[in-house]
Design a protein around this ligand. Sequence first.
Ligand code: ATP
Ligand code: MG
Length: 643
Amino acid sequence: MSDFVRKPADSTGTHCTPEQYEDMYRRSVEEPDAFWLEQAERLDWYEKPNKAGEWSYDPVDIKWFADGSLNLCYNCVDRHLPEHADTTALIFEPDDPATPSYSLTYAQLHTEVLRMANALKKLGVKKGDRVTLYMPMVVEGLTAMLACARLGAIHSVVFGGFSPEALAGRIEACESRFVITADEGLRGTKTIPLKANVDAALEEPDHTLDVQGVLVIRHTGGAITMHEGRDHWFDDLASEEDCPCEPMNAEDPLFILYTSGSTGKPKGVLHTTGGYAVWAASTFHYTFDYQPGEVFWCSADIGWVTGHSYVTYGPLLNAGTSVVFEGVPNYPDFGRFWEVIAKHKVNIFYTAPTAIRALMREHDEWVLKHDRSSLRLLGSVGEPINPEAWRWYHEVVGEGRCPIVDTWWQTETGGHMITTLPHAHDMKPGSAGKPFFGVRLLLVDAEGQPLEGATSGNLCITHSWPGQARTVYGDHDRFIEAYFSTFPGKYFTGDGCRRDEDDYYWITGRVDDVINVSGHRMGTAEVESALVLHPKVAEAAVVGYPHDVKGQGIYCYVTLMEGEEDNDELAAELRQWVRKEIGPIATPDHLHFTDGLPKTRSGKIMRRILRKIAENDFGSLGDTSTLADPSLVERLIEGRQNR
Ligand code: ATP
Ligand code: MG
């Protein structure tokens, strides 16, 4: 039990004590219908649902609250007006700290949403239409999502860092006839030609597109070309008259969103209205133990599911205050995150391990010089967080005061699935913790046989939950194939997981990434965490490659802390280090020092590409459209160690 970090003594819970968690969890699995109908009371319904889950995993057919109707924009905005008209809904922090930030009350947000919804109406958007958003991280990105929800249109947000080619593919896949974009976006010192990229996407020869209207938000004022008849300035179409909310059946689609593409071609995941809303609202409420008036900041872009559920929908459904950050963690310097926290007195901060590791690499002074006394809770999402990075986040950023919620979930799950709750559970660095209410986890072996007790296996979920994706848009067979065919009758997450003696869950990495060395199965996350523990190592990615004797060998890619030098001595030292930390079986065969690791645009390490390079088989690297820096791959191939 020595690896527990006790929750700080002064954290007096309001939402969920340990006993309440146990009681509520038991009820959520024993009487799911009653439990979820109660949670559905968090929302305002036109027709209240009488039934909760109606689902089957064989055949795959999932419905929640199917006889209920509601509108999600109404729930995020309009219904808060009587009590929260003057409560701050959004705080916008621009890319350049010299540009003034501003905030919007719920009353002002309501006006902005009306302006956007009326503009979309004039563009021709109707219930059921797909609308592609290709936006910078600005308030209009959120109002565009909300306006779509208001009209009953289905939004598909494509991250603004994607190429015209990737954008075209995503417009085509969901037959979107409308695009919302801005003239340009800003990220650090870079200007992103969003509108020019849309123009290029719409001319892509390999795609059949039928886009009739493009709505353009003026952001930087940069010069762009407007196509007569197709393109419209938002300001020309916006108007403030009332625009009623479209009543939606709970199972009407809310959005399509593409997964990060870590393991292959991204999937266009479809979420529906009622179940997703209940999931976003309740996970936000419990996981972050959100208190009225608190400032919540999730640093994710709205192009990812984290931005959907915890920048937009979760906070607004709870009448919360959400920070919308346009910039990046290292501009104008490595202190930007902490400067923003001090400036807006952020109480809850939610970010990704990739950002934590990048900032940990720099001097602590960047953190220490900014006042972080407003912080109450920290969160992590997106990848396993190495215990070393966890401790730095806890000790240095959170001054040892703030609990950390390490939330495991996926685009397909809509919201948190495994996490500790701040007042209910002690934390273990590197473990996501316990299942959220209603989540029924099962570890199975390669044959699908259930595993009991403290053990490792393939992470499956046996019962549906409200926030579950319903299908892959336009390709239900792919949905079944991807999630329900490996272990029939169960949802398979694709992740490997260990359950310890305290029933805490530890994500060990993608199942495809498990390595088998001389008959010993090892999660890549474990070897990576051992490497990151070394004071000179900033980040590590470990993959297996075919080895004549051992079956698989261990190939480690390592980036070093700022100012450290790579050489043979350090390589030898790191081999010894891993040997000592885990055991001789985990001794790295190859150490490859690099100045960076290939990542998806959402910041996840793309191990499948590293595997190819380690296998000395880099002819076809698979889908690389979501790779953040393609030139890095060339450098990695040049520096490969296994020739
Ligand atoms: P694709 O499905 O296209 O390969 P992806 O799985 O990276 O991409 P996302 O839905 O963004 O797309 O990410 C979900 C995955 O991220 C999870 O399956 C898991 O592997 C990883 N993950 C997310 N949060 C955590 C966490 N707290 N701890 C460990 N892993 C996490
Ligand atoms: Mg995935």
